[in-house]
Design a protein around this ligand. Structure first.
Ligand SMILES: [Zn+2]
Length: 112
């Protein structure tokens, strides 16, 4: 019962965060065919995080995929916060396409 309440609260907080234009983390075991806006999909299984997938925040329509496997190079660390938002470190720098360079901090895109 307590777990259900907590997940409902987290879902509500995530909704509020996305309304405010913040990126929230969604934990899935398979990458969905279509990615919802302002959602960072964390793909993994059994407590392991393999990669993060989300729409490029510049609006170019490309999907950004980042390895979350420890020791991978390049590799990123993802933190999910109490309000459902996500942070990524280090910054994301696309070497192809739109060449976007930004930080994701507590769900907020900070352009470099
Ligand atoms: Zn882009």
């Amino acid at each position: 019962m307590g777990g259900l309440m907590l997940s409902k609260l987290r879902a509500a907080l995530g909704w509020v965060s996305r309304r405010r234009g913040r990126h929230t983390a969604a934990f899935v075991d398979e990458e969905p065919d279509t990615l919802a806006p302002c959602t960072v999909y964390v793909v993994g299984e059994d407590g392991h995080r393999w990669f993060a997938a989300f729409d490029c925040p510049c609006g170019c329509g490309e999907t950004i995929k980042l390895s979350l496997i420890p020791g991978d190079r390049p590799g990123w660390r993802l933190r999910d916060h109490w309000d459902g938002t996500a942070s990524l470190a280090p910054s994301v720098w696309r070497k192809v396409g739109c060449k976007s360079h930004f930080w994701l901090r507590k769900g907020k895109v900070e352009w470099c």
